[in-house]
Design a protein around this ligand. Structure first.
Ligand code: NDP
Length: 403
């Protein structure tokens, strides 16, 4: 019987655990551990009420490797699903190696003292995972995650080669707050204040954060400003789709969000180096997180939709010349909240975390070593998206984006 141990008890975890409990044939036994056990208990209570399933809960500091190994050995799961923060990726991978159990996450490792995320640290575990006969599946959220699966589906069914790729991430939700982030504020602000980077002709091209703005009319949302950003799936896509001439990632931000972020940055509140305050060290960005609304608290008030998709251009598989396809999902914040008690940003990440876990547990995706989403057959994952709350559509466009 396959048991799963989920680590972390934020919004993404809450969705993933609810969705696992709704699929007991794949997830007959769910264990949930996090730093604050009360948050695990709250998720377990909601799961019980909504599905009747029982979730066992534990307090765990996942940066304490021996404690994590001890918990894994006591439970004996087939898979550890890391839905804590990117800082915990390496300690949890260390624990999985020691205990000999498969690993899955949704975001790549990031050191606390440097706003830099890349797969290098985790890819360095490949040989050790392979030797241990276990697998790590990296980045099974929406972006990264579904965006890579969308791309590989287009490559399998529509395009022989992909010349240009644009990933478009729009959150058209309105939470009614002057300023809030829709997932962990510390991770979110580190991501959006980093310089933009895109892949062009075999190298990374860097530009200042938020300096390239374009308008795009998103179905279900309307016209929005989107900004060129760096995002981690660009790294794995550049590796696994080597013929790509250009790959870019765009995310929408409202003017109010940009205004607040600019002020916070200018006054130093987004700094991640320690400053002395009343005789003790504090990290301004961590202090800022403490005063911002918890993303989970935005669920009841958020209205509107998310629209995340991929536009790819290349040579058609059927020999009909150059073609452009747009593949996307539209998710409604209020519907997501009604189903799991969490808004659509957590929902669009937690559902793919559940599906990636199902791929590993059912053996549909199997390998040894540290592996990315691009390395597996997209079809069974795409089929589950349709059946578990994130339906997708594909359409042909006249051509690639005009900018
Ligand atoms: P939250 O901040 O809401 O939740 C994080 C959870 O991890 C909290 O319960 C926190 O505990 C727990 N945690 C933190 N440190 C530790 C530790 N040392 N040991 C055990 N537990 C710990 O984040 P989200 O749910 O919004 O995001 C979860 C993950 O999903 C992040 O890695 C994020 O980057 C990723 N993500 C990925 C996306 C994608 O599309 N691929 C999109 C959005 C998010 P406590 O409650 O005590 O603080």
């Amino acid at each position: 019987m396959s048991k799963v141990l989920v680590i972390g008890a934020g919004g993404v975890s809450s969705v993933a655990v609810h969705k696992m409990a709704m699929n007991p044939e794949i997830f007959p036994e769910i264990h949930l551990a996090s730093r604050t056990v009360a948050k695990c208990d709250a998720i377990a209570a909601s799961v019980k009420q909504r599905t009747g399933q029982t979730v066992a809960t534990y307090a765990l500091d996942a940066e304490d490797v021996p404690a994590t190994v001890g918990l894994i050995r006591a439970i004996g799961p087939s898979l550890v699903v890391n839905l804590a923060l990117p800082y915990q990726d390496l300690p949890i991978m260390d624990a999985c190696l020691e205990a000999g159990v498969d690993y899955l996450d949704t975001a790549n490792y990031e050191p606390k003292d440097e706003a830099k995320f890349e797969y290098g640290w985790q890819w360095a575990y490949h040989d050790r995972f392979k030797e241990a006969g276990i697998m790590a599946l990296l980045g099974s959220g929406f972006d990264p995650g579904v965006t890579s699966v969308f791309t590989m589906w287009l490559k399998k069914h529509k395009l022989k080669t992909i010349r240009t790729l644009d990933i478009l991430d729009c959150n058209g939700g309105d939470h009614g707050q002057a300023f809030a982030t829709n997932f962990n504020p510390e991770i979110n602000i580190r991501e959006v204040t980093a310089p933009a980077r895109h892949w062009e002709k075999g190298e990374w091209v860097e530009s200042p954060a938020m300096s390239n703005r374009q308008s795009f009319d998103f179905e279900g949302v309307g016209p929005r400003n989107m900004y060129l950003m760096y995002h981690e799936e660009l790294e794995s896509l550049a590796k696994f789709v080597p013929e790509m001439e250009r790959a870019r990632f765009w995310m929408t931000f409202g003017d109010e969000y940009i205004k607040h972020l600019t002020v916070l940055q200018n006054v130093g509140m987004t700094r991640i180096d320690p400053v002395i305050y009343e005789g003790r060290e504090i990290i301004p960005l961590q202090f800022l997180k403490a005063v911002l609304p918890e993303p989970a608290s935005l669920g009841p008030t958020t209205k509107g939709k998310t629209n995340i998709g991929v536009i790819a251009t290349g040579e058609a598989l059927d020999g009909s010349g150059s073609k452009t396809f747009y593949i996307k999902n539209i998710c409604d914040h209020e519907e997501a909240y009604a189903e799991t008690g969490n808004q659509a940003v957590s929902y669009t990440t937690g559902v793919p975390a559940m599906i990636g876990s199902a791929m590993v547990l059912t053996g549909k995706w199997r390998g040894e070593g540290v592996l990315n989403m691009e390395q597996f057959d997209p079809d069974p994952f795409m089929a589950m998206l349709n059946g578990h709350g994130l339906p997708w559509t594909v359409e042909e466009l006249d051509g690639p984006l005009g900018f």
